[in-house]
Write a protein that binds this ligand. Structure first.
Ligand SMILES: *[C@@H]1O[C@H](CO)[C@@H](O)[C@H](O)[C@H]1NC(C)=O
Ligand SMILES: *[C@@H]1O[C@H](CO)[C@@H](O)[C@H](O)[C@H]1NC(C)=O
Ligand SMILES: *[C@@H]1O[C@H](CO)[C@@H](O)[C@H](O)[C@H]1NC(C)=O
Length: 292
């Protein structure tokens, strides 16, 4: 029902825009309002999760969903120059190629890394490991059997035991105590006499059942500035301005700007401006939460 109303509003605005704003990009205006409708659904969920004081991980998941909506919203609802300028600022400052998350441009994660939320770059788990977010859970350990002990009839050393083991185990054998064991398979190391435990890949830290992933932050990024489109000198702040706020204050800001967004959903320009601002505040909360 919300969508139908927006659609009617969109047609009405399309007519009035085409008289009052001849210079704006008009081709995508219907997509724009459909996109605002989609964003409203996810913002409503985000507002509810903050008001119900949900766990931060639920709030961050909601933020991810809203950012996913804001990206196409900004693309559909604003002049493409807006996006190009933020990308240029990002690429010039970081010397990296950049990608959009929400309404913010970030340097792309290094090879082998992928972004989690706005601001963290994480590596992928090796094959066989389970991805647990910041950890890679190891595959199961295995036993390497009772081994090959000295037997009656052997010389007074372990050479014969070694040869028996070697004959059955082409990967090779090694001594532990007075017993010869088959070596652990590639990617595993022995723990005590008899268990082969998976090794963590290089660059990760072994914490027993899991390996911690290498993770790095990619900063607060380069937000779009709505004024980019209009060649005005820009006074926009960026997400780093919001980093001085604590998580509770940031949540309140999110509520405030969500409300601003909802109340101005019929205005293409204001919707983009509030979406950009909301993106910055959400990014600041993500950065703050990942620092803890
Ligand atoms: C995020 O979006 C996905 C897919 O639409 C949905 O399954 C999930 O419940 C949403 N999460 C939150 C916290 O809104
Ligand atoms: C605004 O910027 C665009 C792109 O940078 C340029 O093509 C255009 O001429 C500028 N307009 C004014 C009025 O300066
Ligand atoms: C950032 O700018 C917006 C308006 O552009 C303003 O409402 C907001 O308070 C500013 N935030 C900070 C932390 O200065």
């Amino acid at each position: 029902m919300q969508k139908t109303l927006l659609f009617i509003t969109a047609i009405f605005l399309l007519i009035s825009f085409s008289h009052s704003r001849p210079n704006r990009n008009l081709g995508n205006i219907l997509n724009c309002f459909a996109q605002i409708g989609d964003a409203i659904e996810d913002i409503t969920t985000l507002v509810a999760s903050i008001q119900e004081n949900e766990d931060i991980s639920v709030i961050l998941e909601s933020i991810g969903n809203v950012s996913g909506q804001i990206k196409p919203l900004v693309q559909e609802c604003s002049n493409p120059i807006c996006l190009v300028d933020a990308q240029k600022r990002c690429e010039e400052s970081t010397g990296n190629s950049c990608e959009q998350y929400g309404a913010i441009m970030y340097p792309k994660c290094n090879d082998g890394f992928f972004n989690v939320g706005c601001c963290l770059c994480e590596s992928q788990c090796p094959p066989g490991f389970r991805d647990d977010g910041l950890f890679c859970a190891k595959p199961d350990s295995y036993g390497r059997g009772a081994g090959y002990p000295w037997e009656f009839g052997d010389d007074l050393n372990l050479n014969d035991a070694y040869n028996r083991c070697q004959r059955d185990n082409p990967q090779g054998c090694e001594q532990n105590g007075l017993i010869i064991y088959p070596k652990c398979a590639q990617g595993f190391h022995s723990v005590g006499c008899c268990v082969c435990s998976p090794s963590c890949p290089s660059g990760t830290t072994d914490i027993g059942v899991s390996c911690t992933k290498p993770v790095y932050g990619r900063g607060v990024g380069f937000p779009m500035q709505y004024n980019d489109c209009e060649n005005e000198s820009s006074q926009d702040n960026d997400s780093s301005d919001y980093l001085s706020l604590d998580p509770e204050q940031l949540k309140n800001k999110i509520l405030e700007y969500s409300q601003n967004f909802m109340q101005n959903k019929d205005d293409q320009d204001l919707s983009v401006q509030f979406a950009i601002e909301l993106s910055k505040i959400m990014a600041a909360l993500e950065v703050k939460s990942s620092n803890q």
